[in-house]
Ligand binder design. Sequence first.
Ligand code: MIC
Ligand code: SF4
Length: 659
Amino acid sequence: MKKNIVQKIFEAHRVSGELEKGDLVKLKVDQVYTQDASGTMTWLEFEAMGIERVRVPLVVSYIDHNMLQLDSMNTDDHLFLQTAAAKFGAYFSKPGNGICHQVHLERFSAPGNIAIGTDSHTPTGGGVGMIAIGVGGLEAATVMAGAPLEIIMPEVILVRLTGKLQRPWVTAMDVILTILKRLTVKGGVGKIIEYGGIGVKDLDIAERATITNMGAELGATTSIFPSDEITLSHLKSQGREEDWVELHADNDAKYSEVIELDLAGIEPMISQPHSPDNVVPIREVAGKRVNQVCIGSCTNSSYKAMKAVASILRGNTISERVDLLINPGSRQVYEMLSREGLIADMIAAGARIMDASCGPCIGMGGAPGTGHISIRSYNRNFRGRSGAGDAFVYLASYAACAVMAVTGEIIDPRDVNAGFHLAEIKAPDRFCINDKFIIPPRKDTDNIKIIKGPNIKEVPMKKPFGSVIEADVLLKLGSNITTDDIMPAGSKVLPLRSNIPAISEFVFEKVDGSFVSRAKEAAAKGGGLIVGGENYGQGSSREHAAIAPMYLGIQAVISKSFARIHRANLINFGVLPLLFKAEEDYDRIKNGDRLLIRDVPDAVRGEQRFMSENLTRGYTFEVVSDLSEREKELILHGGLLAFTMAMETKSAAYLAPTN
Ligand code: MIC
Ligand code: SF4
């Protein structure tokens, strides 16, 4: 049978299941990585499972998100993560080494491997032909404990690239923004996007990684490129050519859909507030005054991107009204730019150079001013994510960002008459390799003590369901609700990631300031319910968007559809993801209605149809669930952790070593 790349990698890793769309597939995992914002919970969960050492060939714990040290909380968490990595057998990437996805791409990504990461942009690794999937922390902890990864087989679609990018002002960012415009933030749900066609040869690894990174914004399970000579030269330049395997789809391999994209037709694009798919050609919004420009993030902070930015800024001065913030993606990138004098070019132009970290992308500093326009080379522009609720965040390529920092207005770089030079940049033959701060796993772990600061609290668990759920609808929401809406990030909230009681005070803070107090009142009367539209929980992998509502007493979310990672997180923490059987029932429910959902455990075990009643308005309706057999077990136990801990031996079915 002719196979696509996804089928080839899945087959080589299959533990069980058919590779047919909708089937439950269990896969052996080669690599797991965590980052600090989601990692504290993940490692606490791993510790709670009582396993002595990770049972996956490669595990890396990165520090990149919670880098502001306003008090002792983030620093304490870093020490916890460092000591946990030492104790449990993971590499530890110190603060300053860079953004997990960029560092992983440089130092660990391997074609043909399967990696999971506790961050939604893990698919960045698809740029080198690796299946890289973002998951919730508990999912990752379970895999680190030796369980296979379980996923419902997505459909595989092909994006066939033809032509060449018309350089110099069109970049890979414009490619993925064009795809987002076409497919929207829901367009990739339930899908893996495979890239192919002759145009692939025109894209280097940094460009491919930008495209797979932002596949997360399409809602795709992951995205992947072939592994070819370009992949080989990337690995060679990182001193890792032994990790190379060639990977191509067979001629006539089958896909559920084929999308044609001519690279030559792509022009500079921009995503307008407040959704990454709100994309137009830059020319359509030209002329608006710009207050802030931020360049970096896991989408656009490679050596190539940064070198291009330096070449644009060299000899120029940024506009008086613009604040320009630049985060190199990794220590490797930062060191190389510094040695070549490129940081000096940026500084001379007026840029502020920040840590090699996520920074303003997750509201860790760099918040725009009131009502300001911020242009960012990042991947998400959800309202409030920047730290300023009324700011207008646009997303564009690093090249367009650099130009706009100088002009002080939104402009298509092709329309700037003179004064800008964008050098043609080739990936170097050899990157500067310095792994001294990626601390390898220790063998002698007996005397290692895991150090926990006072802000680190235990992982809470949910009680299993009684026979009915009788609860109030605490919040009715529209479509495309993000995890940033549910559980905000930013400098004030992120340090509380290891403390669920404290972080739960911020649930839906930016959407409805009285949600938490209503939830607390409701907790005494059977808990609460949330009603959502399509694609509930899109965006990040943060399981806090499930744990904190659970902690506040949320029993179920009833929605038209769910984003993949968030749905899994709800189930992992024992919250029922329910679907409206009839669309009009969504319209009929109002905020504050009291609902009765009958025979919950029986319905979960049986046909997953839940007879429900709106006690406030006096009508009955049906909601359903689509839980797999495993998910049913998890829900009935109150979640994955409760399930795992309820098992007599830690090595029963779900933790059976797979390697
Ligand atoms: C994000 O970009 O939203 C984050 C912060 O990286 C999240 C992870 C988290 O919230 O810990 C993600 O993308 O998964
Ligand atoms: Fe960090 Fe932003 Fe990338 Fe998330 S999207 S990993 S916050 S740089």
